[in-house]
Each structure stands twice: as structure tokens, then as C-alpha cells.
Design a protein around this ligand. Structure first.
Ligand code: GUN
Ligand code: FE
Length: 424
């Protein structure tokens, strides 16, 4: 049950992409799981609420990971020597095949769920594998964490190895429906999301069936888009009728336009693809570390922001090595500087404020009013302890947050709230 309470500390959140709001020794009020505002002086009407004083610590909105692969957590930090398609065949598919074994899935997903719980992330959109049982095990474990997540059983029925492929469009669709029927009403915080892996592994017939399922169950949808140049050429060969990669999803009615859609990566979009993403209201999950590790490239995030496209951050574990969205913020700033210097000096790099916005409100918007302490937002909060990140001089709150983004890890997270419920 969400409670009514007040948190006291150094409160930071984004007012907009450029502006960080800071209330030093301020009060964040939670009523019925939603923010009732941030105050420098606690209004009389809230004076009787229970108050937790976090002293000199920082309090920020919970972070949002718009894209990661739970089964890949087990090989994070390994095998970063390949590009996407080879990496999938050599590293990823053999690991994902292990989740056919429920015991393995329990063991591996428990580690994943525990670490997600301890992280600064309060919301995430997660890929499982094609295995129905293992996907349900993952959903059970995520529900226990108290985080609010969307989890997808992966669909893949072509161009996949024998040991990790569904028998055909009908078999894949049937398993998806069984999964949805199995979990119906089972969770409060864990929701299903339709997850065709990407166009190369999903036949046209499967995409048609998935659209029917999407409409029948009113599901959101997540997939990958324009991550790697070889992948893009391959999609052109597989779908010669498509105008561009995103058009192949749009052709099947699975590219925004009434369907809540996340596309991960979007590193190499054409002008037409950018326009379609904007017109259809597709969310981009920007995954800077993965794009570096897999030598994919640097996504044009400044262009997305200028065009009013909705962008959040993703770790893309195990393209990315860990679950920290603070790290994703720092990576987003860093790769944007390389893009500015090496690719296009007319497009300014991201600021820290913008990266913080992307990791909170930017991705949070996929979940509704999430990612801010503005009044009416769901009360997701994390309490940050930077005491061990010693500094010889006193620093301002904004400087402390900036350092935290670059220097922190999960050991520096002291408390977490999701929709007003205390996770730890
Ligand atoms: N494209 C299709 N599958 C994957 C995956 O597992 N990871 C990444 N980064 N890209 C993909
Ligand atoms: Fe991915």
C-alpha cells in the first residue's frame, strides 16, 4: 500500500530537458503514491505526515531503463570483441538457449532481479528469451523486487540457430498467447510487452500474427531498430518492399501510431525514418555503452531532441556491461561529445542536465507521469549517498549530483521508493 509521507534532503529533479530544479534541505511530499510537490518549507497541511530525514543525502526521481536483456546479464562484461550480428550468433544466442532449463533460469534471473532491486532503477522495459516458462519465472522474480517493469517473451522464428528458434509463426504466436493467458491478473507491478526480437528474426507472417495479438491484448511493444549498418542492409534484403527499416515495423502496425512503442538504438536512421518516428510518437531507447561496445556507432540524440522525438536511456545489458542508468547518463554525454567532434560539429553535445532528464523523465514518459517530482507524478525516488566519494572542499548540490552520475555505483544507493512504496 502506498502511504502518505514526506522525505527530507537535497532534492533534485528535471523541470525540463535543460533545467535542473534543486531544493536544498527540501521536502518531497508523497500522497497516495504520487508527488504532492517539493517544498523549501513544509506546508502546514503536511506537517502531521510521517517524515524521513535523509540528512545531507541527495534525493532524485527513480531512474528508468528503457531497454535491457535479463538473460544476457549472466555474460555481462564478456565477449566484447564482435559486432552485432556476429556477437548475437557467437555470444548471445548460445547463452539465451540455456533458459530452456528452468533451474538455470531461476538461478540466473535471481541474480539479475537482486541487482536490479539494489540499483537506482525504479522502472525498466526488459527482454526475456523466447521461453515461456523462463519468462514467467523472470516476471515472478521482478514482481518480488517492487520495481515496476514491462517484460517481454521474445518472438523469433527465422534466421536463428536451431537451438534458439520457434517452429514457425503459428507456434510463436500460440506460445505468446499462452504466456499472456498464464500471467493474466498475476502481477501488480509487472506487465507484459510484445517483443519481436527484430525484423531479421521475425517472418512477415509472424509480424502479422503479433499485430493481431497486440490489438487483442492492447499491448505496448519493444524491439530494435537501425543499430548496425550490416543489420540495416539485411532488413532491406528481407523486406524489399520497405522504404526503410522502421517502415518494415510500421507496415505491420507495430511502430507507434497508437501502439506504445520503444525502439532500441536508432543509431543510423535515414531522414525519412526520423520523420516517421516523430510522426508516430515512437520512443527511442538510447544505449550509448552498447553502441560503443558493439562498435555500432553514435546515435544522433541531439537531432532526436531537436525534432521533439521522445528519448530515454537503456543499458542494453549485455551490450552494456551493467545496470546503472547513472553510467548510461555519463556515457550519453561522452559519446555525444565524440559525435560532435568527429561527425557533425553543428550538433551540440548533450549536457549533464539533458542526460539526467533522459534517464528520468525522458524514459519515464513511457510509463506515464514518471521521472519527476512535479506534482501529480508517481512517487519514484532514490536516495543517494555520496559520503564515500570524498572531496577536499564542500560542493554544491548540483556539483554533487554531477559527480554522482560519473562516480557512483549501486553501493551508493541508500533507499528506493516506487509509486510511494518503500523498496528498501
Ligand atoms: N538486435 C537483436 N537482438 C539483439 C540483442 O540481443 N542485443 C542487441 N544489442 N541488439 C539486438
Ligand atoms: Fe538490445
Amino acid at each position: 500500500m502506498a502511504e502518505n509521507f514526506v522525505l527530507k534532503g537535497n532534492i533534485c529533479y528535471s523541470q525540463d530537458a535543460q533545467t535542473l530544479k534543486i531544493a536544498e534541505q527540501g521536502y518531497a511530499v508523497c500522497m497516495d503514491g504520487r508527488s504532492a510537490g517539493v517544498y523549501r518549507e513544509l506546508p502546514e497541511m503536511y506537517a502531521a505526515l510521517p517524515l524521513t530525514d535523509y540528512g545531507d543525502r541527495l534525493i532524485v526521481p527513480g531512474l528508468v531503463d528503457l531497454h535491457l536483456h535479463a538473460p544476457q546479464y549472466s555474460f555481462r562484461g564478456l565477449g566484447m570483441d564482435l559486432e552485432l550480428l556476429e556477437w548475437l550468433n557467437t555470444r548471445t544466442f548460445p547463452e539465451e538457449a540455456k533458459y530452456k532449463d528452468n533451474e538455470y533460469a531461476k538461478k540466473a534471473y535471481s541474480i539479475f532481479a537482486d541487482n536490479m532491486k539494489r540499483s537506482a532503477t525504479t522502472r525498466a522495459c526488459i527482454f526475456a528469451t523466447l521461453h515461456r516458462d523462463a519468462t514467467e519465472i523472470l516476471m515472478d522474480l521482478m514482481e518480488e523486487t517492487g520495481l515496476k517493469t514491462m517484460v517481454g517473451k521474445v518472438n523469433m522464428d527465422r534466421n536463428s540457430p536451431d537451438f534458439l528458434v520457434e517452429e514457425g509463426p503459428e507456434a510463436s504466436a500460440e506460445e505468446t498467447i499462452r504466456w499472456l493467458e498464464d500471467i493474466e491478473g498475476r502481477y501488480k507491478n509487472t506487465m507484459p510487452i510484445l517483443t519481436p526480437r527484430f525484423i531479421p528474426t521475425c517472418s512477415d507472417e509472424l509480424m502479422e500474427r503479433l499485430k493481431e495479438i497486440q490489438a487483442r491484448y492492447d499491448l505496448p511493444m519493444q524491439s530494435h531498430l537501425s543499430e548496425n549498418r550490416g543489420e540495416i542492409s539485411w532488413v532491406q534484403e528481407l523486406c524489399p518492399w520497405s522504404e526503410f527499416y522502421g517502415d518494415a515495423y510500421d507496415h505491420f502496425g507495430l511502430f507507434g501510431n497508437g501502439v506504445r512503442t520503444i525502439m532500441a538504438h536508432c543509431v543510423w536512421p535515414s531522414h525519412e525514418e526520423v520523420s516517421r518516428m516523430r510522426d508516430n510518437g515512437v520512443f527511442v531507447a538510447h544505449c550509448p555503452q552498447s553502441n560503443t561496445n558493439l562498435s555500432s556507432g553514435i546515435a544522433p540524440v541531439r537531432t532526436y531532441l531537436d525534432q521533439g522525438i521522445r528519448v530515454g536511456l537503456g543499458t542494453d545489458v549485455a551490450g552494456g556491461v551493467g545496470e546503472s542508468i547513472f553510467r548510461a547518463m555519463a556515457d550519453a554525454v561522452q559519446v555525444s561529445k565524440l559525435r560532435w567532434r568527429l561527425v557533425d560539429e553543428s550538433l551540440k553535445p548533450l549536457t549533464v542536465e539533458e542526460a539526467f532528464y533522459l534517464g528520468t523523465v525522458g524514459g519515464g514518459a513511457f510509463f506515464g507521469k514518471v521521472g519527476s517530482f512535479e506534482e501529480g507524478y508517481e512517487f519514484d525516488a532514490v536516495v543517494l549517498n555520496d559520503q564515500s566519494l570524498k572531496h577536499p572542499q564542500p560542493l554544491g548540490v548540483k556539483e554533487r549530483l554531477e559527480r554522482f552520475i560519473y562516480l557512483s555505483d549501486e553501493r551508493h544507493i541508500d533507499a528506493k521508493y516506487v509509486s510511494g512504496s518503500n523498496v528498501f
